[in-house]
Design a binder for this molecule. Structure first.
Ligand code: ZN
Length: 308
C-alpha cells in the first residue's frame, strides 16, 4: 500500500497514471500508520477466501480487493523535531461486513463514541461502578450460528428485563471465535455494565448467580459459562475521573468493541469463514455494526443506555 504525500516528495504514486508503487509500504513512510498495512494484508487474505467461494461471494471478493487501496494523506507542516504528521483525507472503503480494514475502522469509531460519552456519564454519576461481563453458550456447528445468535438475543432481552438486573447502562457486543479442536463456532457476548454503588452493598450477584440468571434466560438445561469482574478504578478523585476516565475502563471498552470475528479465524479456514458469512447474512449484525452504540443520553429515571 502506498500513499500520496505531496508534490515535492519522491512520487510514491506515479505522477502520470496514479498507479500504486507496490514496493513501498505506507508504514515505511509513516510508522504511525502501520495498522493500515497490517489490516490491508489481512484483507488480501479475506478477499481470497471470498474468491474461492460460490458465485454469490464473488462480488465481496471484488469489493474487499479494492478497499482502501489508495489512501490520500495530507501532510502537516514539519515540526521543529523534524517529525511530520499525515492525516487521511481521502480513500474508498468497501464497507463489507467482514472486511478487516472496515471492521477495524468501525471498531475505532465505536470506541470513540463510547469514550466521548464517558466524561458526561462520570460527571452525572460520579459514584457509578463498572462490571465487565462475558456471557457464553455451548459451541455450535457453524451451520447453526444464525439460530444460536437469535436464541442469545432473545435471552439477553429477558435478562435485561429481570427485576434483579442491576445495570443502569450497558454496552454489549458479539464475538464469534472458531474452535481449533472441532471447527465449531463459539458465539459469546462481551458487555460493560454500569451499576450503582448499591450493587456492592446489597444487590450484589455472585458469579454463580449470574450464571443461573443467564441459564434461566437462555432456557437451557446446563449451566453456561459466565465471567463477571469489577472494572478496577484507579483511586482518583471524582473530579479527575470526569476528565480522564480510568485506564482500565478504556481497556474494557477496547476489549468489548474490538471486532466480531478475529481476522486470523477468517483467514485460517476459508470454508468455515464462508459458512459464517452466509449465516450472518441478513441477520441483525453485532449491535455495534448497526450503529447502535450511539449513546442515547439520559432516559426516564435518570439512567443511561449506551446501546439499544
Ligand atoms: Zn473494506
Amino acid at each position: 500500500m502506498s500513499s500520496r504525500v505531496g508534490e515535492e516528495d519522491p512520487p510514491i504514486l506515479s505522477a502520470e497514471c496514479g498507479a500504486v508503487n507496490k514496493d513501498e509500504y505506507l508504514s515505511e513512510v509513516s510508522p504511525r500508520h502501520k495498522p493500515w498495512d497490517v489490516h490491508r494484508a489481512e484483507a488480501d487474505e479475506v478477499q481470497q477466501a471470498y474468491a474461492g467461494g460460490a458465485d454469490r461471494h464473488q462480488r465481496y471478493a471484488d469489493r474487499v480487493g479494492h478497499c482502501s487501496q489508495v489512501l490520500e494523506f495530507a501532510r502537516d507542516p514539519p515540526k521543529k523535531s523534524g517529525k511530520q504528521k499525515y492525516t487521511l483525507k481521502n480513500a474508498w472503503f468497501c464497507r463489507v461486513r467482514h472486511c478487516p480494514v472496515c471492521q477495524w475502522r468501525r471498531s475505532l469509531m465505536w470506541q470513540a463514541k463510547v469514550y466521548r460519552a464517558l466524561p458526561s456519564l462520570l460527571r452525572d454519576f460520579p459514584d457509578t461502578r463498572f462490571l465487565f461481563m462475558t456471557l457464553t453458550i455451548r459451541n455450535c456447528p457453524v451451520s447453526e450460528l444464525r439460530r444460536t445468535l437469535i436464541h442469545m438475543a432473545k435471552a439477553w432481552k429477558r435478562l435485561v428485563e429481570l427485576r434483579s438486573w442491576p445495570a443502569r447502562g450497558w454496552v454489549r457486543a458479539v464475538e464469534i471465535t472458531r474452535s481449533q479442536k472441532d471447527r465449531s463456532a463459539h458465539p459469546h457476548y462481551h458487555c460493560l455494565l454500569m451499576v450503582p454503588p448499591a450493587y456492592f452493598q446489597g444487590d450484589y450477584l455472585k458469579q454463580h448467580e449470574w450464571a443461573e440468571l443467564w441459564q434461566q434466560c437462555l432456557r437451557i438445561d446446563y449451566k453456561p459459562v459466565v465471567d463477571i469482574r469489577t472494572v478496577k478504578l484507579d483511586l482518583v478523585q471524582s473530579s479527575q475521573r470526569v476528565n480522564k476516565p480510568p485506564a482500565r475502563m478504556w481497556e474494557a471498552v477496547a476489549e468489548i468493541l474490538k471486532y466480531a470475528v478475529k481476522p486470523s479465524d477468517m483467514i485460517r479456514d476459508h470454508e468455515w469463514f464462508l459458512q459464517l458469512a452466509d449465516q450472518l447474512q441478513k441477520t441483525r449484525g453485532p449491535p455495534s455494526s448497526r450503529g447502535h452504540l450511539l449513546p442515547l443520553g439520559r432516559v426516564a429515571g435518570g439512567s443511561y443506555r449506551l446501546l439499544g
